[in-house]
Design a protein around this ligand. Sequence first.
Ligand code: ZN
Length: 411
Amino acid sequence: MTNDLLLLAMLALVVINFALDTTLDVLNDKSARTTSEPRVSEFYEPDKYKKSIEYGSEKFRFGLLDSTLNFLIILAALSFGWFAVLDNAVRNYLDNELLISLGFIATLGIITSVINLPFALYFTFQIEAKYGFNKTTLKTFITDRIKGTLLSLAIGGPLLATIIYIYQQIPQWFWLIGWALVSSFSLFSFMFGTKIFLPLFNKLQPVAEGELRNEIENYCKSQGYAMSKLYVMDGSRRSTKANAFFSGMGRTKTIVLFDTLIEKLTTPQITAVLAHEIGHYKRKHTLSMFLLSNLQTFALFALLGWLLGNPILSEALGAAQPSFHIGILAFFLLFSPISLILGIIDNALSRRNEFEADKFAIDTYPDSKQHLNAALKTISTDSLANLTPHPWYVKVHYTHPPILERLAKLN
Ligand SMILES: [Zn+2]
């Protein structure tokens, strides 16, 4: 009885989530197409503006197809007890509980990526290519996938196996040790990810000698920031879209500028963007966001420790015997409202940090206001950004402020 109610709750949450997501997408698409914005002409020629609307609408329709398919599959899986079927199938081949959990999760992972592969292909080689953004060759696409899979097997596999083993051996301490393991790994990738993992996919080089390097060097010196922590990355291998980011902390801090950014902007504009990234470091944004996500992981594991051992989770999904993998699946289906709320909080903080980093740039680099203004305009129009996203959509999905809001604050 209780497990039927729990299954109903999961189904209801899946439906509510889908309805909520779809409503936001529809509102956002409508907002982009119908909001009249007097400042549009400062950004786009009429033709390019039309193109930006079409690009947004095409991504919206594509996303709707993708999310509807995923929604229907999860709905069917819950209604027809497919997770229990898969659990049984894996148990026919394996008899060790640890291997059964790993086998189940791996099979589910493979099924998910097979379903999502055509969508990823279509997005990269049809939509992104049609609007002139895609630079990824099929070869790069395939090797990226292979490398990504191998990397998650090499790192995620042993990490997951250890957590499941601890869950099976000392269930009462699983949540604390599991959290310690996950947070140690995320600390490691936070500190060294750009150094160790990023070069597997991209080439990182120091900024070439010349005018740009001199300007950057002067600015970095004025802020006491080491030039050796600054790289240019071949983002142009995959896309024409420009970007820059900050990662790590202390001695492992790193700023990465995409070559596409350097290509599109002038020297003072690039330096103003760099000043913004250094602002993230100086204002301790990356560190505080890292600590926050760690705190959230702690709460998540505490909840897991409390609920995961309850056989009702596995029963609700129709599994004959309780297990780590079925329990955790049920847990995450029930956890979705909390993760939505956490996401909204994280995004709000992240958008606030962007304003702060802009302010840092203005305070520390001469004429930043004008240069950052021009840089942000170029970056957003070049990527056909939506000038009028729906405010609710922004709250749920935007880690950066919408461009008009950001420029208004800047000025
Ligand atoms: Zn930023």
